[in-house]
Design a binder for this molecule. Sequence first.
Ligand code: COA
Length: 378
Amino acid sequence: MHRVAISGTGLFTPEQIVTNAELVASYNAYAEAQNAKNAEAIAAGAAEPLPFSSEAFIVKASGIERRYVMDKKGVLDPALMRPVLRERADDELSIMAEIAVAAARQAMENAGLAAGDVDAVICAASNHERAYPAIAIEVQQALGIRGFAFDMNVACSSATFGIQAAADMIRSGSARAILMVNPEITSGHHEWRDRDCHFIFGDVCTAVVLQRADMVTSDNAWEILSTRCITEFSNNIRNNNGFLRRTREGHMADRRDMQFRQEGRKVFKQVVPMVTELMLSHLADEGVAPDDLDRMWLHQANKSMNDLIGAKVLGREPTREEQPNVLQDYANTSSAGSIIAFHEFSGDLPAGSLGVICSFGAGYSAGSVIVRKLAAAA
Ligand code: COA
């Protein structure tokens, strides 16, 4: 069995930012227009008016201050409330592959690897823009990588599940190095017209290169000591859109359940103990005391949630260095969140440092990856 390391990461960030102030102004204009349209029904007590959103609530409830999006104009247009992305021809690079290639090039450069050194590509994301051919195979072709590629989806936990899949394949010898990408165009499956969640998501793409530890040349490489993934079925985060949509009466309509929806409070209450138990049991089984951890890179959905998980794992409040958050700038970027945190906050730690990458989300699903920084290659 080979030892495995994460030897490079990459990040693609869209150019456009939406602040909470812009988002709330757009949502409130939408709500006002809807209420004017339904004034009669509302006055007759036959319909409820849409309530207004507030910046203060968003920051207090989630910690999110802004987010990146692929199309700000469409998302903020009260008459649209969704991104408008140009349709591409079949022989053009698709938009998910395009942002994946941008993040992948950076990750491969950081790992010091050329296309010929990589044997497989995994596209692990919470939605894929088409059924087939796989986005991963398109990325593979665009980068000139040989071997094989496939897509996988474990919602917000896609990246840690992808890391486990890649690490297991490298350990057993089916690949020397694997590129895993997480293109998350969450704005496409998000419901911008729902006040309870309209502030949650942002777009981004991350990439991770995993390779045999004995072949690493990067100065910021982290050996994967162990991975653990768990799932427990829940309907509290759900999206009913899928290929059987047109087979069902009334499913082609503009239905709320065809976009992301959640019972946020229930998710909070149920996922915190699930993740805490996963992290503590995983660390204990690997003989790592929580106090030995130098850093935790957690999924980026909610600041209070991360504060609580961090405090339960360490038995005290973690410092910002021990548990960096990026959600104030990126919002929830689904599977990419913990990888953005790792990408931005891992280079400063010395060799021998210990950390955990942990994601959690729909399914429910949660993944924990214990890593230790390798000494710089001679
Ligand atoms: N502006 C103003 N008020 C709002 C609002 C908004 N945008 N959205 C909701 N509210 C109101 C609610 O109507 C409710 O009012 P009430 O007390 O009069 O009934 C109150 O604020 C609290 O709403 P609630 O939805 O219970 O808020 P919350 O504290 O649970 O925060 C989330 C909402 C979504 C931020 C939070 O539940 C969360 O992050 N949960 C975890 C989600 C998660 O991890 N999901 C994974 C996704 S991949």
